[in-house]
Design a protein around this ligand. Sequence first.
Ligand code: BJW
Ligand code: ZN
Length: 244
Amino acid sequence: MSPDLLNDARSRLASARAITVLTGAGISADSGVPTFRGADGLWRNFRAEELATPEAFERDPRLVWEWYSWRRELIATKQPNDAHRAIAALESRINDFWLITQNVDGLHRAAGSTKLSEIHGNIWMLRCTACDAVTKNYQVPLPLLPNCARCGGLLRPHIVWFGESLQEEDLTRCANQLQACDVLLVIGTSGVVYPAAGFASIAKEAGAYVIELNLDPTPQSDLVDIALRGRAKDLVPILLQAGK
Ligand code: BJW
Ligand code: ZN
């Protein structure tokens, strides 16, 4: 990658007054969390599209819970990396900052980010399928079919599955931040899952300078202003270094 590209991206970020960051599984891959669509993304040969649906949970809650229990146990052993930490540090330097993450692993919060929307939910939050109560739960391993302490109903992960709507509050916040930012930085997402897959073009149309950072090209690579190729944990700290 040419040093000019990296320098252009750095100076855009350094002079921006409003920055929005969108992250996907690639940023946590550097902490050892498997991505969804990478070589290591399959669990027992199932794709996320087959397990992360309300229909799959209705049909076989045990199977879906086995997948989540496996992921919870894996994620519990992982730590935020330098990319998560550089984003958390940026939040304290920029007044108008927002982080939009598709990740459910909680690693951005663990790194200290507070101005964020976890638009697909959080794997450490559970929701009752009967009374809708939402609770935090860090227990690993969980009982295979966990029950609600209030009403005894079956609990599910408080995560947005395919075909389910994102929280209205998150959608509004994202729309506002995408409209208002001078720079949108898109890190480690394959850009195939909507609505997040549309965020780069929304920001671009609203006049933002859009920087993509990914190991590979994505469907958005042609519309962004700069596409950087590399690992999040190496490039994000360089991109977001304080000063010029
Ligand atoms: C690195 C790296 C390193 C690796 N450094 N980079 C419009 C058109 C078509 C369909 C739809 C549409 N609007 C809605 C839909 C339906 C659906 C959808 O998008 N389907 C598509 C698959 C076509 N969307 C929905 O259903 C959403 N709901 C919704 O829109 O409601 C309204 C509605 C419903 C129905 C119809 C119309 C409207 C909800 C989507 C929820 C998705 N949730 C999941 C699963 C959650 C379960 C869980 O986590 O437990 O969220 S799907 C899964 O994919 C997960 C992820 O957050 C999401 C995105 O994946 P991500 O982060 O991009 O990961 P990967 O693995 O795909 O990519 C990793 C990338 O990192 C790669 O590019 C690597 O190169 C890179 N990388 N290592 C830098 N070290
Ligand atoms: Zn309940």
